[in-house]
Design a protein around this ligand. Structure first.
Ligand SMILES: Nc1ncnc2c1ncn2[C@@H]1O[C@H](COP(=O)(O)OP(=O)(O)OP(=O)(O)O)[C@@H](O)[C@H]1O
Ligand SMILES: [Mg+2]
Length: 674
């Protein structure tokens, strides 16, 4: 790394990035705060941390040649959504810079915290040009700036992440933390002096017959605590100053922002005071230009300083290959998820759990449409027939099983070579009731014989009947099988075909199936889906909506377990959506989902279910309470140690396809793309 912007005081300004602790599980938050504390312990010179909040410039829409395909139409709709959204909703990006002396930088302090220091850099300007100073503000480059100091540290117990109260203010500002390590001997001497002074004040108040002053008592408690830290070698002491310079286009807006900052401080029983008549020096400080730090200083120990964790907005503008899900509810940043990113996720599975009506199917449809946009072919298992509209609109096919279906799902063609006899035995036991061992043997023999005779030709179930009828046991099975081979059931169970071809998307609706047919029909669909996953080239995705409804369906359970463990091998990803935490943590497919999903989206939950999820997914109490209050379309995105609250937001075109009743096609029918 090369040293970039260096001031005359031989300081180096580093651009840094680190995880947003507010989006992490509690143990990870503690671990990172511990790492920051360790880094602070290594510091021997003054240093500063600067948080720059700047309005994100609107996304600029590049005009692309007009191509009409479902995927190009979706891409246009997404870009338009991002463009309009960035214009209408102000988004602030908070970047963090660390200033170290050149000696500290060279001594390796910038590489100790590997990964945090991304390179030497210059912070973006808050206002350009010379300034005019007034007691309460500065005027610079047509903008108004005002600075505040931290006069009193938070009076409530705070944890890493508390700084969001200040840096979450939707405004442009520079907030700087200046800290200087103190030597133990010097710290101890000054603390002792301070305690003597405080004790003298207490005695004087006693002699005047006045009661104890709570502020003196609090200062005494703090001094005692700091001396204990030193005595027990639990850390070092630092002088700390926090200065914030807010910017606005009008004085009235500036006053409003300053009032917001002060009231947010007050909510934590901290005090932010205006830098009255010292606006110039305060601004020099937040611009990293001051020679001598100014403003109130407070003494803090290492662990206290580590709670000032400044990285609370790890913005990601990455879009390539990822599905756009919506926006981060706290920071407003767009949220993208790429299930196929093998470097970030250990597998390609996403589990979605949310109570009824909270937006699972909408989310499932959005993920399906995003797959179409990205050229990823998608199959949806749809127990409630909710995915027809969007699927057909993008040139996909919708097969509502139980109604007349154009594609046959013929097990004798779809099953792996050698597996057909046992697959047909399983199908017949679902259709005709449990088969005895001798009946199973007869069926398997009949299938083998029929397939050999058919050679490269196609055989269906009814072709097995003559062979089956040659024995008494076989005749009994054939008799039970007959009703399934004609009419509507025959169209499903006795028709040639290897299932539908997937060009963009195929959704298979199960709602119109009579309940008794569902296990056998899903067995056929499972064989088709599994053989499609294994045999087709290119990226692909399977979505199972209402997976809980199919939880007691053995063929589907097996399929989900297979897919969850092996789909990535075939460039695939799996999305399972279900209603209750019970489905997830108390049942076999649920366990498959919980254990094998690298990413999860947890939506609105009843309190009892939220408690189960809290235990299962290491949520803290505030994350659990968030789930209990989550509204429609609000989910907690879990991956690795992350727990990010997000709002699912679909571009207008997507939204219309996911909600409007009448079919909405792209272009003319048959113009299916990608
Ligand atoms: N993010 C969202 N933005 C706008 N509307 C949404 C969003 N999510 C869901 N909706 C709307 O809310 C309603 C319920 O959503 P959806 O059917 O997806 O819920 P669900 O969780 O699948 O419910 P169920 O468990 O009953 O199937 C639908 O009308 C849907 O269009
Ligand atoms: Mg649903």
């Amino acid at each position: 790394m090369s040293a970039g912007s260096e001031s005359q005081h031989r300081r180096v300004i580093w651009h840094t990035e680190a995880p947003d602790v507010l989006d992490l599980i509690a143990p990870e938050r503690q671990k990172l705060a511990g790492e920051l504390a360790t880094w602070l312990e290594l510091l021997h010179e003054p240093a500063s941390v600067l948080i720059c909040s700047r309005l994100e410039p609107p996304v600029v829409h590049r005009s692309e040649p007009v191509v009409t395909s479902p995927s190009a139409d979706l891409e246009r709709s997404l870009i338009e959504h991002l463009t309009v959204d960035s214009r209408e909703r102000q988004r602030f990006r908070r970047q963090v810079f660390v200033t170290l002396s050149a000696e500290s930088s060279e001594s390796g302090l910038s590489t100790t915290a590997a990964g945090w220091f991304t390179g030497a850099s210059s912070p973006p300007a808050l206002a350009e040009g010379p300034w005019r100073e007034h007691p309460n503000d500065l005027q610079a480059g047509g903008r108004f700036l005002t600075s505040l100091w931290l006069e009193r540290l938070p009076g409530v117990e705070v944890a890493p992440g508390w700084l969001w109260s200040l840096i979450g203010i939707p405004a442009e500002f520079d907030l700087v933390l200046n800290f200087r390590p103190r030597s133990a001997a010097h710290s101890d001497r000054s603390l002792r002096r301070r305690m003597l002074g405080l004790r003298a004040q207490e005695l004087a108040a006693d002699q005047r017959g006045e009661g104890g002053d709570p502020r003196v008592q609090a200062a005494m408690d703090s001094a005692v605590r700091l001396r204990q830290v030193l005595a027990r070698s639990e850390g070092r002491l630092f002088d700390l100053a926090l200065t914030m310079t807010l910017a606005a286009d009008t004085p009235a807006e500036l006053r409003r922002l300053a009032a917001v900052a002060r009231s947010r401080g007050m909510a934590l029983r901290a005090a932010l005071a205006p830098a009255w008549c010292t606006q110039g020096p305060a601004r020099l400080q937040t611009a990293l230009l001051s020679e001598q730090p100014v403003g109130p200083r407070r003494i803090v120990h290492t662990a206290e300083l580590a709670t000032f964790w400044p990285w609370l907005d790890d913005w990601s503008g990455k879009i390539e290959g990822a599905a756009h899900l919506g926006r981060h509810l706290r920071t407003g940043a767009p949220v993208w998820l790429n299930l196929r990113d093998a470097t970030a996720l250990p597998n390609a599975n996403l589990g979605v759990v949310a109570a009824s009506g909270s937006g699972k199917s909408y989310l499932g449809g959005l993920i399906g449409l995003e797959a179409v946009r990205l050229g990823v072919r998608t199959v949806v298992l749809d127990p409630e027939n909710e995915h027809r509209r969007w699927c057909e609109a993008v040139g996909g096919r919708y097969l509502s099983l139980g109604e007349s279906v154009a594609s046959g799902f013929n097990l004798l063609e779809m099953a792996e070579p050698g597996e057909a006899p046992s697959a047909v035995v399983e199908l017949l036991s679902l259709l005709c009731g449990q088969l005895s061992p001798s009946e199973s043997g007869q069926v398997a023999d009949a299938v083998r014989g029929t397939l050999t005779e058919a050679g490269v030709g196609t055989a269906v179930l009814s072709d097995c009947l003559p062979r089956l009828r040659q024995t008494e046991a076989g005749e009994a099975v054939a008799h039970r099988l007959l009703p399934w081979l004609e009419g509507t059931p025959g169209a499903l169970f006795n028709c040639p075909g290897r299932g539908p071809t997937v060009t963009t998307a195929v959704a298979v609706g199960l709602r119109e199936l009579p309940a008794g047919w569902v296990p056998a029909a899903t067995l056929l669909v499972s064989h088709w889906l599994w053989s499609w996953i294994r045999s087709s080239q290119g990226p692909k995705q399977a979505i199972v909506d209402e997976a809980g409804l199919l939880a007691d369906n053995a063929p589907l359970q097996r399929l989900m377990a297979h897919l969850a463990r092996r789909i990535r091998k075939y460039q695939g990803s799996l999305v399972l959506l279900t209603q209750s935490a019970g489905d997830l943590l108390g049942s076999a497919p649920g366990e498959v989902m919980a254990v094998n999903s690298a990413a999860m989206l947890l939506g609105s939950q009843h309190p009892a279910a939220a408690v189960r999820l809290q235990q299962g997914f290491l949520l803290d109490d505030s994350q659990r309470q968030w789930l209990e209050r989550a509204g429609r379309g609000q989910f907690l995105l879990l991956y690795g140690p992350r727990r990010s609250p997000i709002q699912i937001e679909a571009p207008a075109r997507y939204h219309a396809l996911l909600t409007v009743e009448e079919p909405l096609g792209f272009g003319r029918p048959g113009e299916s793309g990608s």
